[in-house]
Design a protein. Structure first.
Length: 477
């Protein structure tokens, strides 16, 4: 692995068939930097627990020192901290960060004073309006907007080296488990991700560790019939896409419309449902490699080929699993969010940043041998729960269970109403509407709701966010 060449991550050709431009000399230099860094990340997968703990201690202290010295906002919050003797156990003495904090104090949090929120927003606007606009901002930065589909917008930045670290963490398990030198024949990676470069997924997931692979980008919001035709023509061997997009494509494959034979399918950016794993197994007889992360801190956990869960990237991010009051808990029923501290993020330092994903840690080690602990599942976002009159709170699992039991449901989207929900369904065959409705009503009654109302509508496609192409499966009032 130490002999990785600069071309490994770029492959023989980067083939853009759409209106976006992520190629060019600077992109190549960035990929070269990732290739140079990857061997170190591969070695990290063989670290002992002691080596990992030492790296985390050093990383935490360096992160706090850098933020104290270079961020006006963090300086006020950290000036009384004994950083030289700081341990992970001491993190609970520090205040948390929220997306609201970031957006209200953006210019004071960033460590490069050339960066401003106004300038970042102007850059985003230019990228949306002009496909030929420069992708990089101030030469070395990437600027991303996120959260438009949730109603809470955020603007975040990756520096040159930060992107290198994020990419290495994303693909080091694939490099270990699927060594490029052992692959034969033509390979094509299909990237089924966001439709605009204001989202990080096109830039990140068009990286591939395979020397000979070509890369083709297919926006997830492409009409399904057109997307199927494009993939049938392209014949990808690898797919990296939004979880919901993979579920839709698997359904098309089972129906006989999509005729491809991928050897690896990876998902990201959305909660991966069990029914999506089942669909991929049925369609292509393979197991999905899932990734969990966010644009704020990059990939938090990545699934290896042992498929026993997702490995936490503990060399790069400290995760605290907490309840609604920010108190540490390992009770799956009480975990409400995580507090993430990035050990590599220097442009917009994230220290105890609140992420509302409900992630369930696992205590058992992975059979692959890596000491990085596992995540059993990511159940979704805490703010996906529907709140009704009378303090009734309904978690997405209440809807997912009955909807996942009906085999002819290919895809669904749940819209909260005053007394229940309207559910948009893409179906593959006949569905017993009365039975499904009664199952959903019964599930809501078990949550304490009185006379819940369920409306079913059958659609050709669910609604995706215009810019990102992501699907928000549960939409609150």
């Amino acid at each position: 692995m130490d002999s990785l060449s600069a071309s490994v991550l770029y492959g023989g050709e980067f083939r853009m068939t759409h209106r976006f431009h992520l190629d060019g000399e600077k992109r190549q230099r960035h990929l070269d930097a990732i290739a140079k860094r990857l061997p170190d990340h591969l070695k990290r997968l063989n670290w002992s627990k002691e080596e990992l703990a030492s790296a985390r201690k050093t990383g935490l202290r360096n992160t706090l020192s850098f933020a104290l010295e270079n961020s006006d906002w963090h300086r006020k919050r950290l000036q009384h901290v004994d950083i030289a003797n700081m341990t992970e156990a001491d993190l609970t003495t520090l205040p948390t960060m929220t997306k609201s904090d970031v957006m209200s104090n953006w210019d004071d949090i960033v460590t490069d004073k050339r960066l401003t929120l106004a300038g970042a927003n102007d850059h985003i606007t230019r990228k949306l309006r002009d496909p030929d606009a420069p992708y990089y901002y101030l030469d070395d930065y990437e600027i991303f907007a996120t959260g438009g589909s949730t109603g809470s917008r955020g603007v975040f930045v990756w520096g040159w080296e930060e992107f290198v670290e994020i990419a290495c963490a994303s693909f080091r398990y694939q490099m270990r488990d699927e060594p490029p030198e052992k692959l034969t024949g033509k390979r094509l990676l299909a990237v089924v991700e966001a439709g605009e470069t204001v989202h990080g997924s096109p830039f990140l997931f068009s990286v591939t560790p395979d020397t000979e692979a070509k890369v083709d980008w297919f926006p997830a919001a492409t009409p399904m019939k057109e997307l199927v035709e494009q993939l049938n023509t392209a014949q990808p061997t690898h797919i990296n896409g939004f979880s919901s997009a993979i579920q839709e494509l698997a359904a098309e494959a089972v129906a006989g419309n999509l005729r491809i034979s991928p050897t690896r399918v990876s998902t990201n950016s959305e909660p991966l449902l069990e029914e999506t794993r089942i669909a991929a197994k049925k369609a292509w007889n393979l197991k999905i490699n899932n990734m969990w992360g966010c644009v704020e801190v990059g990939h938090i956990a990545v699934e290896c080929d042992a498929h026993e869960g997702m490995h936490l990237n503990e060399d790069m991010i400290i995760c605290e699993f907490v309840d609604a009051e920010n108190k540490a808990t390992d009770d799956p029923d009480k975990i409400d969010k995580i507090l993430a501290t990035s050990l590599f993020g220097t442009s917009l330092p994230m220290i105890r940043y609140e992420i509302s994903d409900i992630a369930i840690p696992d205590s058992k080690p992975c059979n692959c041998g890596a000491v990085y602990p596992l995540i059993k599942e990511v159940r979704g976002r805490a703010d996906d729960a529907f709140k009704y009159a009378g303090d009734a709170k309904v978690h997405p699992l209440v809807f997912r269970t009955p909807l996942g039991q009906h085999p002819n449901i290919e895809e669904y989207q749940v819209w909260q109403t005053e007394k229940g929900a309207k559910i948009s369904i893409v179906r593959a065959g006949d569905i017993d509407e009365a039975l499904l409705t009664s199952d959903l009503v019964a599930a809501l009654k078990e949550q304490g709701m009185q006379e819940p109302e369920i409306t079913l509508e059958f659609v050709d496609a669910v609604t995706r966010h215009k810019e990102t192409g992501k699907l928000r499966r549960f939409v609150p009032l």
